[in-house]
Design a protein around this ligand. Structure first.
Ligand code: PEP
Ligand code: MN
Length: 372
């Protein structure tokens, strides 16, 4: 059961104390208080964990200070919308992330040199983009492949990002100590930028790592769906992050592993954008680079990566995570799918068209809301 408090009821209020008192009579039920930024206001909820069947809904709903109470059936209780709950939203580094916002995180799959990172930041800044992707720690299929520059590159990378006005970098972490290394490098350099911790598809069910990014609140988290997991399994894994207290999560679709997707690297699952927005309270990201795996171009002159990115955006995605490289032929990781840096303005223009089409569709839907 989730109890949503009235907007004027704070955690120190008399009403809050009374609600706690009332709930304490039900043995074996734990309470968790969740506070977050809703779309229109700050929301405080009390989550009841345990056998809540014995707690009478009508009685709870009638308690002073309670706006409403709902029973939840999905296991992903905190990230779930459960039919009617408001989406989560959060501010980070002066940017808003929620189910209405839209950001493009473009950049290197793996940071390989200072020059390449700088070229990306410069191009983004010229295009008016303040969000980037940069991998310092890379999960590779073979231990002999380039593993990323690791913590050594972080200080200069963050300084360069700050120099070009980049406010957030999406960066994958493979182990809890990477979070500490990122924190230390930001401290050392005076926080010139921010970081969104990325959980890669290979770690989608690494529960200890999920708990680690969930139990800190300094950084928001970009959770990538497991490539071999059902959506339900990925949502439950993502819940580990929220269950530790961090609600600042973006859920990312990045394709699923099946040979039915050939010749693409993975089968595109962006049809799930509206599904995840309906089932959860999280903003949704799409990654068009990893499902496609190449710069192949369709006969219409549009690359497959542009096509699927636009499909995700027109489906309502709130974020696009995409790989670029100044010299893809020389990239040490995922070169075949990296877009040429020169085409960044062209890519952004395609995304603008897709986003406008989505907003026009949304406006039309609002006109017909409530009608058949
Ligand atoms: C990445 O975004 O760099 C990455 C490794 O993606 P994924 O975890 O989706 O394969
Ligand atoms: Mn990659």
């Amino acid at each position: 059961m989730i109890i949503i408090l009235k907007p004027e009821i704070g955690p120190e209020s008399e009403e809050f104390k009374k609600i706690r008192e009332y709930l304490s009579r039900f043995e074996g039920i734990r309470l968790h208080v969740a506070q977050y930024e809703g779309v229109t206001r700050k929301v405080i909820e009390i989550h009841l964990i345990g056998d809540t069947q014995r707690v009478p809904l009508e009685e709870v709903q009638a308690l002073p200070g309670v706006e409403r109470a709902i029973r939840v059936s999905a296991k992903y209780r905190r990230i779930g919308r459960h039919g009617t709950l408001e989406p989560f939203g959060f501010e980070y580094q002066g940017l808003r992330f929620d189910q209405d916002s839209f950001h493009i995180f473009a950049g290197l799959c793996a940071v390989d040199s200072r020059e390449n990172a700088e070229a990306i930041f410069k191009a983004l800044s010229e295009a008016g983009i303040v969000t980037a992707r940069m991998g310092a720690y890379k999960p590779r299929t073979s231990p002999y492949d380039f593993q990323g520059l690791g913590k050594e590159c972080l200080p200069w990378l963050f300084e360069l990002a700050g120099k070009y006005g980049i406010r957030v970098i999406a960066m994958e972490v493979l182990a809890p100590h990477h979070i500490e290394e990122i924190h230390e490098a930001l401290e050392q350099t005076g926080h010139p930028t921010g970081v969104m911790l990325q959980i890669g598809t290979r770690n989608a069910q690494n529960f200890e790592l999920l708990r680690a990014v969930g139990s800190q609140t300094e950084f928001p988290v970009l959770y990538k769906r497991g490539m071999g997991l059902s959506l339900e399994e990925s949502l439950n894994a993502c819940e580990y992050i929220a269950s530790e207290g961090n609600h600042r999560i973006v859920f990312c679709l990045r394709g699923v592993r099946t040979h039915l997707g050939d010749p693409h690297r993975n089968l595109v699952d962006f049809g799930h954008v509206p599904v995840v927005k309906r089932l959860t309270r999280l903003p949704v990201c799409v990654d068009p680079s990893h499902p496609i795996g190449s710069r192949a171009e369709a006969p219409d002159g549009i690359r497959d990566i542009y096509h699927v990115a636009a499909q995700g955006v027109i489906a309502g995605a709130n974020m696009v995570l995409v790989e670029f490289h100044p010299r893809p032929e020389a990239a040490l990781c995922d070169g075949p799918q990296a877009l040429y840096l020169e085409e960044l303005p062209r890519f952004l223009e395609h995304m603008r068209i897709a986003r406008e089409a989505y907003l026009a569709m949304k406006k039309l839907a609002e006109k017909y809301r409530g009608k058949v």
